[in-house]
Design a protein around this ligand. Structure first.
Ligand code: SAM
Ligand code: DTB
Ligand code: SF4
Length: 356
């Protein structure tokens, strides 16, 4: 099979074709992914998002990977919905540290009607800071998706997590169809979709391929595709799962890049367990987004300072805020971002000496 690298985005991937990509010699796969990446993106720009848990723990769902599920005892301290002011002040800190997108997550099966005015106000106020906004609140009905879109929410995150076949081994309190239904509501409300999955839950290589096929074959694939490596949390049913083979994780990123050439592929949870060399191979494979800041939702993420140093070592610069701009405007922005990077204005604190 040959994968055309000049063709436009395809939506007809078959399992056999994706298996063939996974089976390529590592260097050949990386080369193909890098060619696709360079054709569609600035290869040295990485989008930077910061996460905040706006409602923590005691979730009624039974996702086997999740420290926030009320079904397992993980010793997590639960918290009510945060006050709007607290969320806004955390968003300001994220912006000052260089994030361009602020992602707010809630441990809900779905938001209740009485929660909606609060989350809507959060979107409005965070957006007014000049940040892109993302939320992940569980299932949404059509009206709720409409309200969030109306408030100006840019992205909605809702992961499929794995293949349809493997899904009921991981979650029993909702179905794959429920997930797809929310994704359809998000799309028809006009928001951008952030949807990906997790590696390391005991899934097979075909399950990984199955997830990517679901995503890539959507009429409009997600603009953002988070690939998480399971963070094994004590007390969850998956706490003793086998580690993911690092090269298989990198392969997953590369195959995602090839199958969804225009999407941002996010190297998501699990970076703290990866060394710098592995992360840099993920960037080479086409990952071009990260979660930045010391905390994911409830577990830890690399120190911001360490990430700045890694970007510095690799000559990577943070990607500018993306809007519906013309190509000329985007080009002008790209030049500006390169210049800003050169002047250390955008991301680095000029008062702190850079490492040699
Ligand atoms: N409750 C909402 C939902 O599930 O849609 C939003 C929050 S939920 C924590 C968001 C995503 O985080 C999950 O879909 C899952 O992909 C990811 N996640 C949760 N726990 C994780 C873990 N231990 N390791 C890696 N990813 C995890
Ligand atoms: C995603 O795919 N990963 C993020 C975000 N979307 C919401 C969450 C990762 C959570 C990791 C476990 C925790 O910190 O609780
Ligand atoms: Fe709840 Fe989301 Fe965690 Fe599942 S992943 S238990 S829905 S917070």
């Amino acid at each position: 099979m040959s994968v055309s690298m000049t063709a436009d985005v395809r939506h007809d991937w078959t399992l056999k074709q994706v298996q063939a990509l996974f089976a390529l010699p590592f260097n050949d796969l990386m080369f193909q992914a890098q060619v696709v990446h360079r054709k569609n993106f600035d290869p040295n720009a990485v989008q930077v998002s910061t996460l905040l848990s706006i409602k923590t723990g005691a979730c009624p769902e039974d996702c086997k990977y999740c420290p926030q599920s009320g079904h397992y005892n993980t010793g997590l301290e639960k918290e009510k919905l945060l006050e709007i002011e607290k969320v806004v002040s955390e968003a300001k800190v994220a912006r000052e540290k260089g994030a361009t997108r602020f992602c707010m997550g809630a441990a809900w099966r779905n938001p209740r009607e009485k929660d909606m005015p609060y989350v809507v106000e959060m979107v409005k106020q965070v957006k007014s800071l000049g940040l892109e906004t993302c939320m992940t609140l569980g299932m949404l009905d059509e009206a709720q998706a409409g309200e969030l879109a109306e408030a100006g929410l840019d992205y909605y995150n809702h992961n499929l997590d794995t293949s349809e076949k493997y899904y009921d081994q991981i979650i029993t309190t909702r179905t794959y169809a429920d997930r797809l239904n929310t994704l359809a509501n998000v799309r028809s409300a006009g928001m951008k979709v952030c949807c990906g999955g997790i590696l390391g839950m005991g899934e097979s290589s075909d399950d990984r391929a199955g997830l990517l096929i679901q995503l890539a074959n959507m009429a409009e694939p997600p603009e953002s595709v988070p690939i998480n490596m399971l963070v094994k949390v004590e007390g969850t049913p998956l706490e003793n799962e086998k580690d993911v083979e690092p090269f298989d994780f990198i392969r997953m990123i590369a195959v995602a890049r090839i199958m969804m050439p225009k999407s941002h592929v996010r190297l998501s949870a699990g970076r703290e367990q990866m060394n710098e060399q592995m992360q840099s191979l993920c960037f080479l494979a086409g990952a071009n987004s990260i979660f930045y800041g010391e905390k994911l939702l409830t577990t830890s993420n690399p120190e911001a300072d360490k990430d700045r140093q890694l970007f510095d070592k690799l000559g990577i610069h943070p990607e500018q805020y993306q809007t519906d701009k013309t190509e000329e405007q985007q080009q002008a922005d790209l030049l500006k971002s390169v210049e800003a990077e050169r002047l250390n204005e955008f991301f680095y604190d000029a008062s702190v000496p850079k490492s040699a």
